[in-house]
Write a protein that binds this ligand. Sequence first.
Ligand code: S3P
Length: 426
Amino acid sequence: MLTVHKANKLKGKCVVPGDKSISHRAVMLSGISKGTTKIGGFLKGEDCLATLRCFQQMGVKVREEKNQLFITGKGLHGLEEPEDVLDAGNSGTTMRLMAGILSGQDFYSVITGDASLRKRPMKRIAFPLRKMGAGIDGRKMGTQAPLTIRGGGLKGIEYQLPVASAQIKSAVLLAGLFADGVTSVIEPRVSRDHTERMLQSFGVTVRQDGLKCTVKSEELQATHIEVPGDISSAAFILVAAACIKGSDVTLENIGINPTRAGIIDALCQMGAEIGIKNKREIGGEPIADVRVKGSDLKAVEIGEEQIPSLIDEIPVLAIAAVCAKGTTRITGAAELRVKETDRISAMEEELKKIGVEITALEDGMMIDGPQIITGGSTDSHGDHRIAMAMAVAGLLSEEPITIDNHHCMAVSFPGFIETIENLREG
Ligand code: S3P
């Protein structure tokens, strides 16, 4: 059990661990490329380590030297049939993106995950991958993990995504690398585009035409990847500092890809004082130093257009809403119900335990502010982002907040508590 006490101020500079989405993709794309890819800033969180282990099980060689990973790929058709079940742990990205790659392999594989992942919807990737020719089965009529995949013999498709999801988009595009003909996905709204950007770094031609993205089979050539700091991890510190008057924190080397940076836009809409400095681009991804100062926040309306760019940040955005004057309304976020946990009901349950009133909606939430967070005992539901959102609440709370099952923070942000404590002034 972890106890977090109120902070007077947060001050100073910090870095956050590497981007989770980009780290997964770096392992996967280097694993199917020709040559050795050097990866700096790789996130050694539980999710990305699961991806790494799965690719090692398929014969991919990984070496670590001075905090850099060197991954020697097997080319498009060199992965080996895994001898045992592949374990994606808690990671939806591992399972869904890897299913795209496994669908292209001329072998049989089984992927499973932890209790949370085994409940999450897999029809969303199984359906298009079957259309491309993969043999995919699973529990609950082929819709839940463990999934079995007999790959090979794929043909390209044009697929209209039912939801704006980078995981579905990426699974289909990755399968498209192994398919005959061209493969296109059309999104209802733009979701994170790390797969498209990174494929180009590996020398693949990616055609983007509005919301339609097209690839065809092409060998990937090893490259060098520098993973930027994860904006989804930075979000916890951004919100905490924005809510605590007198705070002044600079987060260095943060990925500010516009398909991910919705939390910065939302906080600015709320009146937060945020400065972006030292903008640059590394490996096709924009990064910058982000400075935030504590200020009075006002409520914000977030609708479905904005949701994909801040989907993972909604639990912590809810904490900002608690501090903000007026009614914050978040809608169009039904996807939150199928994340590591149902994040709408988890936030409803946990906020109530610490004295905060919230109205849960089918596709979002409403929070009136400002409210006093009284403190109390909470539970993470085994979800890293719920655990860290509760820790941020602890920094703002009258009495301490305890968090049960907090170790899941290491899924995406190993060292989160140490980072916060280093910034604490009083
Ligand atoms: C991710 C995509 C998002 C996000 C997840 C990571 C990715 O999921 O919530 O944490 O790396 O592609 P969806 O694709 O289900 O929206």
